[in-house]
Design a protein around this ligand. Structure first.
Ligand code: SF4
Length: 64
């Protein structure tokens, strides 16, 4: 499974970083930066939560 992020939609809240640290980061403007592309099987729950909790809908999952 892969995660994708639309930086044009991101509102720089940092919820993704707080929910799934290590998978998401923020640049100097607070916009999301993906720390990884491929999500390991054992970590999918945390990343799913981050996608669900993102207030802007900037995050999404892509099945392999
Ligand atoms: S939770 Fe969503 S809106 Fe907030 S920083 Fe992450 S991608 Fe951007």
């Amino acid at each position: 499974m892969k995660v994708r992020a639309d930086r044009d939609v991101c509102m720089a809240t940092g919820v993704c970083v707080m929910t799934a640290d290590g998978f998401f980061d923020q640049d100097a403007d607070g916009l999301v930066v993906l720390a990884v592309d491929e999500v390991p099987a054992g970590e999918e729950g945390r990343v799913r939560n981050a996608v669900r909790l993102c207030p802007s809908g900037a995050l999404g999952l892509v099945s392999d």
